[in-house]
Design a protein around this ligand. Structure first.
Ligand SMILES: Nc1ncnc2c1ncn2[C@@H]1O[C@H](COP(=O)(O)OP(=O)(O)OP(=O)(O)O)[C@@H](O)[C@H]1O
Ligand SMILES: [Mg+2]
Length: 246
């Protein structure tokens, strides 16, 4: 993935990005046909420095696929994608974590995945653990953590790294309300610092108070791009009318 020049006004640029996956289907006489499923179809998008973007759409619309591409987890099948500056991503819960290692070991490992050096990780250790509120269990293997505790650790590490681009996939849905509040405040602070945020959600809620802009994905296509209030209103209406016609 190429980095755009520092003079670019954009943090993230996608030009006609398509992502498809091989689908193995058993055909007649057990022969396997190789088909491809298009999860993201011809998406063009520019996200400016300091902009916060919500990605809405139904289950399977392509939100996580888009966030994975932006995070560099996977390359596009076709089209071009640039990001400018370090990306810290909170993708599916558990990516970058090892159940057999302790919370402490996982913290160090995850901090390095988020771009922190060993020294920085050591210096920020106390602050990260305090944010996560996991002081007593940092010596326990992660296997013994609840999903909410994994989330706390992942989020705490992410917000104590120095991302210019913060990518968050649905993840806030897991924590309890008090922790969600804390994460939300932290993200609002990121916003004030002019960082770029991209977050996905299939429901409205936190995202609309955090993001000024939203895109709506439907079957892998970008169908709306605009102010978060307008895009989420249209999206919610479409959900209600789909519900009513069922
Ligand atoms: N690695 C993969 N191999 C095959 N198909 C995939 C793969 N990853 C995603 N897909 C498919 O691509 C489509 C989009 O998936 P994606 O996870 O991006 O949706 P989403 O909008 O994040 O949905 P959700 O709201 O459920 O999280 C889905 O139909 C999914 O089954
Ligand atoms: Mg998803």
């Amino acid at each position: 993935m190429a980095s755009v020049s520092k003079l670019s006004p954009y943090r993230i640029e996608l030009e006609h990005v398509t992502k498809s996956f091989p689908l193995q289907r058993a055909g007649l006489l057990g022969r396997r046909h190789s088909e491809r499923f298009t999860a993201l179809a011809d998406v063009s998008l520019r996200v400016a420095h300091g902009e916060s973007l919500a990605v809405v759409g139904r289950n399977g619309a392509g939100k996580s696929t888009l966030l994975n591409l932006i995070s560099g987890v996977a390359p596009p099948t076709s089209g071009r994608l640039w990001t400018d500056g370090p990306v810290t991503a909170l993708l599916e819960l558990g990516i970058g974590f090892h159940p057999d290692l302790t919370g402490r070991e996982n913290l160090t490992l995850n901090a390095s995945l988020c771009g922190l050096s060993r020294v920085e990780a050591r210096q920020r250790y106390g602050a990260i653990v305090e944010f996560a509120e996991l002081g007593e269990v940092m010596g326990d293997p992660l296997r013994s953590y609840s999903s909410g505790m994994w989330l706390r650790l992942a989020f705490a590490v992410a917000v104590h790294s120095d991302p210019q681009i913060l990518v968050i996939d649905e993840i806030l849905a897991v924590g309890d309300e008090q922790f969600q509040r804390k994460c939300f405040d932290r993200m609002a602070e990121f916003r004030r610092q002019g960082k770029t945020i991209v977050c996905a959600s299939h429901v409205d809620g936190i995202v609309s108070s955090l993001c000024e802009r939203a895109i709506w994905l439907d079957h892998g296509r970008l169908v709306r791009d605009g102010k978060v209030e307008e895009v989420s209103r249209e999206y919610e209406e479409s959900l209600r009318s789909a519900e009513a016609s069922r």
